[in-house]
Design a protein around this ligand. Sequence first.
Ligand SMILES: [Zn+2]
Length: 181
Amino acid sequence: MYTELANYGYYKVTTDSPEKYHELIQELADKLPHGSGINGNWHIKAYQYKNRIYLQAFNIYEAMNENGFYCHRYVIHPKFIYNPELTKVCEYCKGMKYRTYEEIAEKTGESWEHVKSRLLDDLRFIEYDDRTFVCNLCSGTGRTKIQKFELLPDRIVYGRELNCCGYGLEDYLGDTFACLD
Ligand SMILES: [Zn+2]
């Protein structure tokens, strides 16, 4: 049983998931692209797994060959995790807001003094004290921004890509769905 959540004339948004997810599904649908080869209806499934909500969106991608004609159609199914909070603890500094020169020295085999002199030549690295510097990923806030609908690293294109459709369809679509805003 499909529920039609929206009908824009040239495409529809449908789901077969429970009503409690309909608002969230519509919110994702509003952010999903349409056009440029993504020409069909969006069908979106939402479900809960281990206290997190996942959404998988289905559509058809019409690839063009090098002469600019549509050549093949692919089922695409980008999968997202819903992040109710828009930031997460910084992966680099684990929320500490600073990092240590030793941490990098351990990985590169340099002395920490050497790492320090090397990094401080780069303006992005701001020193806190003798042995630490402001985390360059979160700029010292301890948290980094995340997408409300974060694309998961699963495959997006169903089946094998054909050469005539151009290489890198998976990468191209990955970029398309990675930043929905
Ligand atoms: Zn950080």
